[in-house]
Design a protein around this ligand. Structure first.
Ligand SMILES: Cc1cc2nc3c(=O)[nH]c(=O)nc-3n(C[C@H](O)[C@H](O)[C@H](O)COP(=O)(O)OP(=O)(O)OC[C@H]3O[C@@H](n4cnc5c(N)ncnc54)[C@H](O)[C@@H]3O)c2cc1C
Length: 512
């Protein structure tokens, strides 16, 4: 106990104690990851856990993103938990409201919702070696937890370019992840900045409404046809009656998407696949000059592959203009591009994505070394099995560094990581351990192998600059092998990989 606490007023002390809640496992975030981890903990017989979610409900990405036509780019048959395949999807690629609904339902069905506390933001989490616990400061007081699982989302903190004049703009402006539904776009001059996955969905939807649409395109993306369609009641009925068939379809789609991983390791193979994208463009864009403007100068897969049947028709519509430049400055009335041209607009929509390699949570978590994760990482996140970081005992991160693979479904990765975490906690509890901390050497070997395997892949050698590559030029996002291999990495928890402590904590009893 610190001298500060001893000297303080006993009433204040009592109040502070009352605000200190204890939980065995604290989960930060209630999206796909937080829900998936919670379900897996329950399955492992761990019921003393709390989810803290700063929003008013569960759903994560699928609660926060409500832009027009927001939906999945992964077939929903696999963008769902393997133990809860869903026969109810209305489309092959479900839209946001139905994914949010799915997560709500699963959280209820698997007994997760009662563990969640909403409108609670985690502001700081520090490991205390004396008591062998995490002290977690939140907007509703302090939690003391033996284990912490960060499930705060890899695509949650929006990325806004730091441009002069952004604050001076006199019209409406918003990021796609904070869509302002009060702004009526009808007949307006609208600038869209960015050509990522979100812009690909909302731009074709707003193009027919707006007066003038200007897309600021620094680099054109590769766009593949989207094999989407509505699913009939008859088909859904069939899946309801035969869940094994739904699972078999999911397996087929899963293994099909794993195939892409092999091509991603060989840019030449990706160049064959990108011919489908080139054909798609040729079939939709007749003007050779425009086709030239829309053709990427990098190999497909170097940036995230995008899917749309409506992107090119929207961009070639009469009210649309593609400006092959970035934005240099925002003025009170419009946008100045990197060629120095100024265009007046009424609304700016920032489709500029997320801070993937500099997650906010890394600025809030302090390990046994007294360092925040962000100070340790210096812009290049590293973990072992994408899940544990040496020096941060009893802490886990979902969808952490080098877990993405540019194909397949994030829900698969969450399940594999949650499995590892549940095994870790169960093993530690059974062995009567106070803390487990992955060995630095194990983490270093793991990361060296990853970085080695990434050399020559389309992600590193595809000729683009992408959000996979961090500020130090290191690929901190991508796992270079199949998820089948990641399944193997995470299937077993090996205590030999860890430093452990067995000392009884000084002031907090070991949870039952
Ligand atoms: C528009 C969009 C479409 C996508 N489509 C696909 C797709 O088709 N396929 C695919 O595989 N992936 C897709 N993704 C990636 C997607 O982010 C993941 O699939 C998944 O939803 C991530 O889940 P998560 O729980 O890790 O993070 P999130 O869903 O982002 O949830 C994190 C939660 O943590 C909360 N939180 C954050 N910080 C704190 C804090 N300090 N205190 C308390 N709570 C906090 C947030 O409020 C949020 O609710 C998409 C992403 C976006 C943005």
């Amino acid at each position: 106990m610190s001298s500060e606490t001893i000297d303080s007023d006993p009433l204040d002390q009592l109040e502070a104690e009352a605000e200190r809640r204890e939980t065995q496992v604290l989960i930060i975030g209630g999206g796909f990851s937080g829900i998936g981890a919670a379900i897996r903990l329950r399955k492992a017989g761990i019921h003393d856990f709390t989810i803290l979610e700063k929003a008013h409900k569960l759903g994560g990405t699928w609660l926060h993103n409500t832009y027009p036509d927001c939906g999945a780019d992964t077939p929903s048959v696999i963008y769902s938990f393997s133990f809860a395949r869903n026969p109810e999807w209305d489309r092959i690629f479900a839209k946001q409201p139905q994914i949010e609904e799915y997560l709500d339902r699963i959280a209820d069905e698997y007994g997760v919702t009662p563990h969640a506390r909403f409108n609670v933001q985690v502001t700081n989490a520090s490991w205390d070696d004396d008591i062998q616990r995490w002290e977690v400061d939140t907007s509703e007081g302090t939690y003391v937890a033996k284990y912490v699982i960060a499930a705060a989302g890899p695509q949650h903190e929006i990325a806004m370019p730091d441009l002069p004049g952004v604050g001076d703009f006199g019209g409406d402006q918003f990021h796609s992840a904070n869509w302002n539904h009060d702004v009526d776009l009808a007949g307006k001059r609208v600038a869209v900045i960015g050509t990522g996955a979100s812009a690909m969905q909302f731009l074709p939807k707003i193009q027919p409404l707006v007066g003038k649409l200007e897309l600021y395109q620094r680099t054109p993306p590769w766009v593949m046809p989207k094999m989407d369609r509505g699913l009939s009641e008859g088909y859904k009925n069939f899946l309801r009656r035969f869940p094994a068939i739904n699972r078999a379809i999911a397996n087929a789609v899963y293994y099909g998407s794993e195939g892409l991983q092999y091509a991603q390791r060989h840019p030449k193979a990706m160049m064959q696949i990108q011919k489908i994208g080139a054909r798609h463009m040729r079939s939709q864009v007749k003007d050779p000059a425009l086709r030239k403007q829309f053709t990427p100068d990098f190999v497909m897969g170097c940036k995230r592959i995008l899917f749309s049947n409506t992107w090119y028709p929207a961009l070639t519509a009469d009210n649309a203009e593609v400006i092959a430049a970035g934005v240099a400055e925002v003025t009170q009335t419009g946008v100045i591009d990197t060629n120095g041209d100024h265009r007046e607009v009424d609304v700016i929509i920032w489709g500029t994505g997320f801070r993937v390699t500099d997650p906010d949570i890394s600025h809030r978590v302090t390990g046994r070394n007294g360092k925040k994760l962000s100070e340790l990482w210096q812009g290049s996140p590293q973990a072992c099995f994408s899940t544990v970081v040496s020096g941060y005992p009893n802490a886990f991160v979902l969808l952490g560094p080098n877990v993405g693979n540019g194909h397949g479904s994030v829900s698969t990765l969450v399940e594999l990581q949650a499995n590892y975490i549940a095994n870790a906690i169960t093993t530690a509890e059974q062995a009567g351990l106070e803390s487990i901390d992955v060995k630095q050497r194990v983490q270093d070997v793991y990361n060296a192998e990853i970085q080695d395997a990434l050399q020559g892949t389309v992600f590193n050698a595809g000729g683009c600059s992408s959000y996979y590559i961090d500020v130090n030029g290191r690929n901190s996002s991508i796992y270079p092998w199949t998820t089948l291999r990641f399944r193997k990495d995470t299937a077993k928890f090996d205590l030999d990989d860890y430093e452990t402590t067995v000392a009884a904590p000084k002031s907090i009893p070991v949870p039952a």
